[in-house]
Design a protein around this ligand. Structure first.
Ligand SMILES: Nc1ncnc2c1ncn2[C@@H]1O[C@H](COP(=O)(O)OP(=O)(O)OP(=O)(O)O)[C@@H](O)[C@H]1O
Ligand SMILES: [Mg+2]
Length: 267
């Protein structure tokens, strides 16, 4: 998907969320969330632990059903989509799970190849040429090299460090050249140097492919080079949407907890 213009406000909308609500039993997690993201944007999604960042990503990928509201992904209304349409849509979306979610019984190479093989399995036989085992192996190698892991294809996930697993997750999310990618806490538990590398990598691959990214993180300082703007989820709603500069200029106490002196971002 290529943007029609260089002005973000005029590019096509890749994700539109209207009045989204989600309950778990008696607990209201999302209470009327509105959000819009345009082609080529990298948006940071921040908020306290347990506020609903992960469930928001899962809702947008169609892995959870909302209790109310509407989600439009890449021009398609999720609620009205048939099983086949959802499947086709999922193949255009990447998701990096918070907890790696690698299959521990498959090699790294097979993990990265998995979404590509899934995609091939939904195609007619005469459309599968680009998905030969040779082409899959080449693409897997390319994606692993991009995340600086050119020699781990034959290893099992339990032979990797936490940071390596995160990078394998990134390679897997990118294998089908998705137009829209959700990164759920891609640097949780990583050392500061590796975290910065991962955020730089997110920005670099986004720029190369002109994809759109929603990046969840608590590490606002390190994610800043990757993000064009932020949304802050708080008490079930989008409390703020804007740039880091706008957030840092605000006197709102909730924002200051994340972006102000209290967060150590302003001297
Ligand atoms: N499957 C589930 N069943 C019941 N409650 C759930 C389920 N999944 C999430 N929740 C609840 O929904 C709320 C939001 O959870 P979520 O994982 O989205 O938080 P988060 O913002 O991603 O937190 P963190 O920053 O710690 O990752 C929490 O109160 C959590 O307990
Ligand atoms: Mg989470």
């Amino acid at each position: 998907m290529s943007p029609a213009t260089d002005q973000p406000g005029q590019r096509e909308v890749v994700l539109r969320v209207e009045n989204l609500s989600l309950w778990f039993g008696e607990v209201c997690v999302l209470d009327g969330v509105d959000f819009e993201m345009r082609a080529g944007e990298v948006v940071g999604l921040i908020g306290p632990g347990g506020v609903g960042k992960t469930v928001f990503c899962k809702l947008c990928c169609g892995l959870l059903e909302p209790d109310g509201g509407r989600i439009e992904v890449l021009g398609q209304d999720l609620s009205g989509a048939s099983g086949k349409e959802r499947q086709a849509l999922r193949e255009r979306i990447g998701l990096v799970f918070q907890n790696y979610a690698l299959f521990d019984f498959m090699t790294v190479g097979d993990n990265v190849a998995f979404p590509m093989r899934q995609r091939a399995s939904h195609l007619a036989k005469d459309q599968r040429e680009a998905f030969s085992e040779e082409n899959i192996a080449a693409k897997v190698q390319e994606r692993l090299a991009e995340v600086d892991l050119p020699r781990v294809r034959h290893l099992m996930p339990n032979e990797l460090s936490g940071g390596m697993k995160k990078r394998v997750g990134l390679a897997r999310a990118n294998i089908n050249d998705p137009e829209l990618i959700f990164f759920d806490d891609p640097t949780a538990g990583l050392d500061p140097v590796t975290s910065s590398k991962i955020f730089n990598l997110i920005r670099k691959t986004q720029a190369q492919r002109n994809s759109s990214c929603l990046v969840v993180s608590h590490d606002i300082d390190r994610m800043r080079p990757a993000c064009d703007r932020y949304i802050l989820l708080y008490q079930g709603k989008v409390h703020f949407s804007g740039t880091a500069q706008q957030a840092m200029a605000s006197k709102d106490p909730v924002l200051r907890d994340f972006f102000g002196k209290e967060a150590g971002l302003i001297a």
